[in-house]
Design a binder for this molecule. Sequence first.
Ligand code: C2E
Ligand code: MG
Ligand code: MG
Length: 656
Amino acid sequence: MNAHVVAPRSPARLFAIYAVISLVPVLVLGLVLARSLQGEARQRGLAEGRSEAALVAQTGVAPLLDGRPLSRGVSPGEQTRLRRLVAQAVGERQVLRLRIRDLAGQVVFSDDGSGFQAKPEDEALAGARGFVVARLTRLNTDSNDQGRTGVASVEIYLPLKAGTPLRRVGVLELYLPYAPISHDVTAGLHGLYVDLVIGLAMLYVALFAISWSVSRGLRREVALNAFLAEHDALTDLPNRALFHRRAEAAVRVGNRRSEPVAIAIIDLDRFKYINDTLGHHNGDRLLTELAARVAANTRPHDTVARLGGDEFGLILRDAAGAEQALRRLRDIIDEEIEVSGLPLSVEASIGFVIAPEDGTHVDILLQRADMAMYLAKARHSGVMRYAPALDDYDAAKLSLVGELRHAIDAGQLVLHYQPQTKLADGRVEAVEALVRWQHPTQGLLYPDKFLPLAEQTDVIDKLTLWVLRTALREVRNLSSPADELTVAINVSARSIGRMELAEGIIEALEDLGVPAERLVVEVTETALLADPERAASVLRELSCAGVKVSLDDFGRGQTSLGLLSALPIHELKIDKSFVLDMVENPAHAAIVRSIVDLGHNLDLRVVGEGVETDVALAALRDSDCDVAQGFLLARPMAVDQLSAWLAPRLSPRATA
Ligand code: C2E
Ligand code: MG
Ligand code: MG
């Protein structure tokens, strides 16, 4: 599952890299210091050579000279004395070469007879002017010298003073062996070198320790940031981006190994309700607990991710046992959880796909898993696998159901009212409330766009209650001639099956101060047939309270006539498909007449809906129908229009 993640460097390797990197500046510093120490040693060597040479000049050579200008050459006495000195000094290898020059730089005495013919060097002339010049060289390397190159030496030119009083008479040119000098100097430097190495070693250790610890801190921060970018802050689970990448990798690997992979989407039911009633803090705790539960019950190579809100994603390697595993997970999610001392339980709906059978592209797979999840929710089936037939449920429609829950709270629903006119005298006694959704992006939506799916989820109960309360309030608030006006609301099959419905209706009537007689509850035949016993008991309760019951779309289903007589029904509404074409279609006209007769025989009021033309209205009247409803008389309208529309029509004198 982690195949796509770049492998981090091992600590040992990182350690080695840091060791080498920290060594570089220390080595550079060591080299610079060593070079400067060497330079210092040279200077010291030369200084020592200079002072040795000055000693030789003052104590050895000067006393041997008469004080005469040397331009005239050395006297025989001087010559003899100098030879003796040289024999001793050169013999003992304290001096390698000794020459004496006059103030013009010309050699006047040379221990080995060399240099007499040569042109004076600049150093010699500088010595004649009173300067001391010293340099490191080798014997016989001057431009004028001949013979074999000798050992390393210090070559010194220094002014020679003699006579009484002392005066500059010439220049002494000395070559001293460098080895003994450098030996003394480097002996002194040795300690310095040791100190330098110890210092550098300590610097290296300190530098390494600092850079290692700083970089470790940085590495940790980088790792933390990388983790946060790919994980959910609340549950620490991978987020949608990482889930997507892992799903891609899993599908790819699965394809290569011919091992199918399951991808599932888990959505909690009623989570928003918990969040709203118990607060986000407790909602978060519930999510954290559930995330830990799901993660603990999947295998290490599977992936559990939080995709957002109350939605989780799952990648299962073992697709064969996927459905079973998901059902088990759903049961685990269902188990009670204690949050802030409250025992809570949430149900989950899970949709899943198996790759490559259900698709190979992750976006398509996720979209299909999502669709299966919506249907699992709509059908209360818990876990559902995608099947191509599900594509008939267009995905946009499915996501509308999710939005609807929010739309009710956000006040996006409105009621339109369609009047019902008494055929006998044209009086309007009732209106039917029909819901519409003022969708923020899709405009005004009619019930067929969102009700069929909403009816498969519990959101329909919320909608029924909203319609009930809104219709009662709006009709109650209509101006006084409408005091007697009845309002009909539609109740879906699912809501009819709930015992709480009657209670909710009676409570709303009391709360809003509307007499029960002013409310009609319309139910369809199919709603009754789903669970006739329960429906009967709800309708009975309503009827006892004074609420009237109307059987909507009558003729379209297969209500048993026995049931019709057993139920507390007050009104039959002939399905509009019969009314719409009753003029052209004699069979439909016959059905309309039969339903009217049946209704009257059972002492029921009969309403014909779908009246679009005058001839249809006349035909309905001829059939002895009681009430008409249809576009010819009025289209469903908003409550403001309704009060204006109703004003002239509430009196018995007005005729249709
Ligand atoms: P329904 O209860 O049979 O409502 C009558 C439908 O027929 C309404 O459609 C109305 O606009 C339409 N209609 C009225 N007169 C004519 C006509 O002359 N010609 C034609 N062609 N149609 C006419 P609408 O508003 O689209 O509602 C459709 C269905 O949605 C309703 O059928 C009802 O079953 C359901 N519905 C509407 N509001 C609610 C609601 O608040 N709750 C529930 N559970 N269902 C509702
Ligand atoms: Mg209706
Ligand atoms: Mg109807």
